[in-house]
Design a protein around this ligand. Structure first.
Ligand code: CMP
Length: 414
């Protein structure tokens, strides 16, 4: 962890500690004077860390110099004064009211978001969960202390500080999350007003927690959610158009295949948002299996591979689906990544059965004529499609690719 981040951790931990300790102190939990002075010095150090963070954030930014003396900085400077220590040295006593000023340090707990932003290797869930795990207990504690200060729903104190505190925590949790269970209720006017205030706040807090949790849970398996969403839309579509059962079955099995084999990935859309250099690296990684399976690509030069990776598009075909028919325009050639393709002649005789690693559809492109045979998937197939214009450009730029393809074509029975 670098120095500014270490300061931030110190500032956040200090803010959290201040938020826990000072309210407890204010409602009557009295520590040893040494402890009080130690804590006061700690608060001063946290304030100094905040001042340091402030200046390092605005370093080299002279336009901000004027804003240096803003309110936040002034408050931190005040907090940096060790008032309890001074009072102890001068008057041999300390007072809880001297600590009040340090309560202002709590606001720095919000730096947690800024702290997390520094790291790019965390899962998105961490960015949501960590602040929640810090803000929620702190908020509950503050509300509980407020409730104790007002009498904990009793006319007088019970005498058991721990019991009072846990009971107040329970009250603040149930009042924030629901409207309370009624087992601990307000007895005096200030308590009633405070309860109303916490209940209103609870609407926001509860909404915030629930929405974060919902979003966390749904994002945890976002791919499945997306897939389920698509399935639901398709089902509704098929129902409203009264699609026959066998077609419905084929559509469902296509989606099932997509989900099982590709986890419903929308690779192309994700990649398009990235810079081209990173795209190339990702594509090389993602398409490594096709490179390894197709001999003609495996032996190609790195430049050609990089070029092709940007233009190959993965398509899934269902069993029995025709990729093209005899006489169709030649618009692309195909590399078989998974599955098998049947090539049939005009008299319907099967000319060839092509498997993983083979390619087809090149003749129409090479000779600029119509398809000489029909290509049909015999099972679920994943094909990588290279469009005619990209094929032609590769042929011109990389003569060795043309030669490779020619060599394979020569082996094919006409
Ligand atoms: P094209 O003519 O574009 O479309 C039909 C494709 O079937 C053809 O390109 C070849 O890729 C492929 N093909 C044709 N005959 C054979 C064969 N005997 N063996 C393997 N593939 C073939």
């Amino acid at each position: 962890m670098n120095q500014p981040q270490t300061f931030k951790v110190f500032s956040i931990a200090g803010a959290f500690l201040v938020g826990i300790w000072i309210p407890l102190r204010l409602i009557g939990y009295i520590p040893q004077p040494q402890m009080e002075i130690f804590f006061d010095i700690l608060c001063s150090l946290v304030a100094v860390a905040n001042i340091q963070i402030y200046f390092s954030n605005h370093r080299n930014d002279f336009r901000k110099i004027q804003s240096w003396l803003n309110l936040s900085l002034a408050l931190d400077m005040l907090c940096a004064l060790p008032l309890s220590l001074l009072a102890f040295l001068l008057f041999d006593t300390t007072s809880s009211s001297l600590l009040l000023l340090n309560l202002l340090l709590i606001r720095h707990v919000s730096q947690i978001k800024n702290f997390l932003d520094f790291y790019d290797h965390f899962q998105p869930v961490t960015y949501r969960l960590v602040p929640l795990l810090i803000f929620l207990p702190l908020g509950l504690h503050l509300i509980a202390c407020g409730w104790i200060a007002l009498g904990s729903g009793n006319v007088g104190p019970t005498g058991d500080a721990t019991f009072d505190y846990v009971r107040a925590l329970y009250w603040s949790f149930s009042t924030l999350a629901t409207v309370g269970y009624g087992d601990i209720s307000a007895k005096s006017i200030p308590q009633m007003i405070y309860t109303c205030f916490v209940q209103v706040m609870g609407v926001g807090v509860f909404g915030y927690v629930v929405s974060n949790m919902t979003s966390l849970l749904s994002r945890k398996d976002a791919a499945r959610e997306h897939h389920m969403d698509n399935l639901e839309k398709i089902e509704n579509f098929m129902r409203s158009h009264e699609i026959p059962t066998d077609i419905r079955h084929r559509v469902r099995s296509y989606y099932q295949y997509l989900w099982k084999n590709k986890k419903g990935q929308q690779d192309q859309n994700i990649l398009k948002s990235l810079p081209r250099k990173i795209q190339s690296e990702l594509l090389l990684h993602i398409n490594r299996p096709i490179l390894e399976k197709v001999p003609i690509l495996k032996d190609a030069s790195p430049e050609l591979v990089e070029d092709l990776m940007h233009h190959l598009e993965a398509h899934v075909y269902i069993p029995g689906e025709k990729i093209f028919r005899i006489g169709d325009e030649g618009e692309a050639m195909y590399f078989i990544y998974k599955g098998a393709i049947e090539i049939s002649a005009p008299d319907k005789t099967i000319k060839a059965l092509l498997h993983e690693g083979d390619f087809f559809g090149e003749m129409a492109l090479l000779e600029d004529r119509k398809r000489t045979a029909t290509a049909r998937a015999t099972q679920f197939c994943e094909l990588y499609v290279l469009k005619k214009e990209d094929f032609n450009r590769a042929m011109t730029n990389y003569p060795e690719f043309l030669e490779h393809i020619h060599n394979v074509v020569m082996t094919r029975i006409p």
